[in-house]
Design a protein around this ligand. Structure first.
Ligand code: ZN
Length: 160
């Protein structure tokens, strides 16, 4: 077995009324949505940061500045493809990804299989190697007040 490395990612976005809500590449039907420079896909951003961290390639803001118009409104699935290419250039393949989304509403469980499909395609790995979990914040804090959404991810990468 080649050298294995672990990575961790975290992301947070504000929720705004009447704004699209893209999560794991899926457009959710909801009265509010995550706001940001790209499509504000908090799950994909946490996964990108976990992968970059594992390969010691800085963070998502280093590669995709929110002052760069190339990334304005872009699908984060494209950012994920870029990140996977970067870690591949460094000689790594993805072992697995485990992620957690923390939000009060809507329920994302029904959408998890579709998210796995999108992420598997963008990262060129098996859906079996992508775990997505969800929890609420028990109505506490900014997540509980539906002011924001948070995601965490860990991943394992291996030297080819
Ligand atoms: Zn983000």
């Amino acid at each position: 077995m080649g050298k294995i490395k672990v990575g961790f990612g975290f992301d947070v976005h504000q929720l705004k009324e009447n704004h699209p809500f893209v999560l794991g590449g899926v457009k959710l039907e909801h009265h509010s949505g995550a706001y940001g420079h790209s499509d504000a896909d908090v799950l994909l951003h946490a996964i990108c940061d976990a992968l970059l961290g594992a390969a010691n390639l800085r963070d998502i803001g280093f590669h995709f500045s929110n002052k760069d118009d190339r990334w304005k409104g872009i699908s984060s699935l494209i950012l994920l493809q870029h990140v996977v290419a970067l870690i591949k250039e460094k000689g790594f393949v993805i072992g697995n990804i485990d992620a957690m989304v923390c939000l009060e509403a809507p329920k994302i469980n029904p959408h998890i299989p579709a998210m796995q499909t999108y992420i598997a395609e963008a990262a060129a790995i098996s859906e079996e190697d992508i775990s997505i979990k969800a929890t609420t914040n028990e109505q506490m804090g900014f997540i509980g007040r539906e002011e924001g959404v948070v995601a965490y991810a860990v991943c394992l990468i291996e030297r080819e």
